[in-house]
Ligand binder design. Structure first.
Ligand code: IVH
Length: 705
């Protein structure tokens, strides 16, 4: 036995290397170098040897790609570096503006020089992150909401072009990319589905999404998923490349599949030329793409450009024109949004366009309906662009049926019956203020309207807000319909006995839901503010408000008119100071403009809103320190004083690894000052400028995510 083991181990190792080489040639290089039958023979030999020597089975063996036992649910994964989205451009002008923005922001360093960009296809698949520790693939996750995704490691192991082991000295390497199904594989898959009497998939993207979210990875293993890398996430223990292109070359060296059409181009002409060439080649590519992506090539320049909200400023997606089709309007419904905004929606005879079947399209508002004169029974052209909601572009006048009537949005809310109001905006003309009527109608009933109540509750409970797992559409519908929940505060009064009576609920799920509701009480102030669903107050705005005031009572009782006046005063004063070359005053509530202040004012003026807040807070909310990993990326830290359990150098290294910047001095641009023992003038600076200060413990918990 002892004499045989080394030979078996050696043979197993040799078989693995050989099989992995064939997989790489077949799935990554698209240059098969062995007959299928021969591959199978080698593979079966490895299976047999591993069965005899189970201790020799390793996670990176090709035999581990067949899937594992089904899961009950996917675990959550918090991304070390958030997975962001891209801003979209639809015209050449948008791209000219993008290049201009980049150039003006980089002018100090780059002068008048053209910028170098990396151009890539925009894959129409699903974003994933692959995590390699000491060269071994240990975890793969979906994008999720960008901060938290789902652990789909077992499923990703079945993707033959994803290496299970890489030849890299990195202690940690995260590879970001897209999972998709290539066209020829999709056709074969659908043929198989039809032959087996199953429904064919609508498009490759849907098929890929369904396969990736299979709880039974043995089923995923039967789906022909492919992977293409397009960037790096967190890394540790390697020196980072200077350009995006070098990073991609590094990934190629590590045997990751990347787009064959990637290129480095220069200036706006280079970008537009690349777009035209890829557009022409689109139909001949092996996979669906919905545009191209441009990224500033130099990493130092990327860092200088930074991020805005959830997207980088250094990259943009240039979408291909939307796809169009004609169909018939069967009816027109009106939908009530979370804020009461009324959207007319055309119910269509289902039509296949841009890769999916479309049966609804937005008509935007009454003005647009009038402009296009869309009527029930009309034949219309509809357009679908990427994942944007399809829209009615125009009618086909020659096909109009006799006797059709102009369509008018009904005067009352279809859900609660309240008389709709038209949105207005103040405009100044010749020194006088006028109220302009805008094109959107609103149901102003707020939480009295069941449609708005449902959406307010769903918004409140969503993961990015209070994160109440299990509070989905079906439950919220029932809670609102049965009047058990009239405001978000009522969620905290729900009992197991009440929930148990709902449809599709049992004692177990009711208990779990009450636990989840209870757990949501531990939150952050910014999540809570975002959860309130104040018009125009998204996550970023909520964070700015939370950091500035730090206390819900202060926010509730704020005189927003005075805040607005103070902002104006600082703005004017800074214009004056700039002319004189004097130091500028720190901006108050950066990024919060008059529209946002107006809606904060309107929201907190309503007594019922304050009551709801009070009820929720007294249900036992506990506000945790504000910062989470996702918000580290573009933040600037200053460290001061001595830290006990971590050296300043190490703290700096870890912060930078998470995408944060560490500066030497405090300015109005600093996001956090970490205050250690015997902190000196930087602490005083932070106090003077109103920069949030955090303790060593808070820093450590942020680093741990
Ligand atoms: S880079 C920080 N490159 O587009 C930017 N994304 O809207 C990270 N996508 O969810 C993305 N092809 O899944 C990048 N060549 C490409 C891409 C690409 C497709 C997807 C990606 C992301 C979405 C962003």
């Amino acid at each position: 036995m002892t004499s045989k083991a080394p030979t078996a181990a050696a043979e197993i190792a040799a078989l693995r290397t050989e099989l992995n080489e064939h997989l790489y040639r077949y799935h990554v290089l698209d240059q098969p170098s062995i007959l299928d039958a021969l591959y199978d023979e080698l593979y079966q030999r490895l299976v047999a040897l591993e069965a005899l020597h189970p201790k020799l089975i390793s996670a990176d063996s090709p035999t581990q790609r067949v899937g594992a036992k089904p899961l009950d649910a996917f675990a959550e994964v918090t991304h070390r570096v958030p997975m962001l989205s891209l801003s979209n451009a639809f015209s050449d002008d948008d791209i000219v503006a993008f290049d201009k923005r980049c150039r003006s922001q980089l002018a100090a360093e780059a002068g008048d020089n053209e910028i170098e960009y990396a151009g890539e296809p925009k894959f129409d698949g699903l974003a994933i992150s692959l995590c390699y520790v000491d060269g071994v693939f240990v975890q793969g996750a979906t994008r999720g909401d960008g901060t938290v995704g789902e652990d789909v490691t077992q499923n990703l192991k079945t993707v033959r072009s994803i290496p299970l082991k890489i030849d890299s000295s990195a202690a940690l390497l995260e590879v970001r990319g897209e999972v998709l199904i290539e066209r020829r594989d999709f056709e074969a898959l659908n043929e198989r589905q039809t032959n087996q009497g199953e429904k064919p998939f609508v498009n490759p993207r849907n098929a890929a999404a369904g396969s990736l979210r299979q709880l039974d990875s043995r089923l995923t293993a039967l789906r022909p998923l492919s992977f293409f890398a397009y960037g790096l996430g967190a890394t540790d223990g390697i020196s980072l490349p200077h350009t995006h292109n070098e990073a991609m070359d590094m990934l190629v060296g590590l045997r990751f599949p990347v787009a064959a059409q990637r290129e480095v181009v220069v200036g706006v002409t280079g970008l537009l030329d690349y777009y035209a060439r890829i557009g022409k080649a689109r139909a001949t590519l092996p996979y669906d793409i919905d545009g191209v992506v441009y990224k500033v090539n130099r990493i130092a320049q990327q860092q200088q450009l930074g991020f805005v909200s959830r997207a980088p400023r250094f990259a943009i997606a240039h979408k291909f024109p939307a796809e169009e089709a004609t169909t018939v309007v069967l009816g027109i419904d009106v939908q009530v949004g979370r804020t009461g905004a009324i959207t007319p929606v055309a119910r269509l005879k289902p039509v296949f366009v841009g890769g999916t079947t479309v049966s609804n399209a937005t008509l935007h508002n009454q003005q647009e309906i009038d402009r296009k004169d869309v009527r029930i029974g009309d034949t219309v052209v509809i357009r679908r662009a990427g994942d944007v909601i399809p829209e009615v572009v125009a009618i086909v006048a020659s096909k109009r049926q006799p006797g059709s009537e102009q369509y008018r949005i009904p005067p009352n809310c279809p859900v609660c019956g309240t008389l709709l109001e038209r949105e207005t905006r103040e405009v100044k003309r010749g020194g006088e203020v006028f109220l302009d009527q805008l094109s959107t109608y609103y149901c102003t009933a707020g939480l009295v309207c069941a449609a708005q109540r449902k959406q307010a509750i769903l918004h409140f409970a969503q993961r990015r807000a209070m994160s109440i797992d299990g509070m989905g559409d079906a439950i919220v519908d029932q809670l609102v319909e049965s009047n058990l929940v009239k405001t978000p505060a009522d969620l905290y009064k729900l009992t197991i006995a009440q929930l148990e009576l709902l449809e599709r609920m049992g004692l177990k799920s009711a208990t779990k839901l009450v636990e989840n509701i209870d757990r949501s009480k531990s939150t952050t102030l910014s999540r809570f503010i975002f959860a309130l669903g104040i018009h125009h107050v998204g996550e970023e705005v909520a964070k700015v408000i939370a950091r500035h005031y730090g206390d819900i009572r202060k926010i509730e009782s704020q005189d927003w008119v005075a805040v607005s006046a103070e902002k104006d005063r600082i703005k004017k004063e800074n214009i004056r100071r700039k002319k004189l070359g004097d130091p500028l005053l720190p901006e108050l509530l950066h990024g919060i403009g008059s529209e946002i202040i107006k809606s904060l004012c309107a929201f907190f003026r309503i007594e019922q809103n304050k009551q709801v807040i009070d009820e929720i807070v007294s249900a036992g909310l506990v506000f945790q320190p504000e910062v989470v990993l996702a918000s580290m990326r573009d933040k600037t830290f200053v460290l001061t004083g001595s830290l006990e359990s971590i050296s300043r150098e190490e703290a700096k290294r870890q912060l930078e690894a998470l995408g944060a910047k560490v500066a030497g001095s405090v300015s109005s641009k600093t996001n956090f000052v970490v205050v250690g023992e015997n902190a000196g003038s930087k602490k005083t600076d932070a106090e003077r400028l109103g920069v949030p200060m955090i303790s060593e413990t808070e820093l450590l918990s942020m680093l741990r995510g």
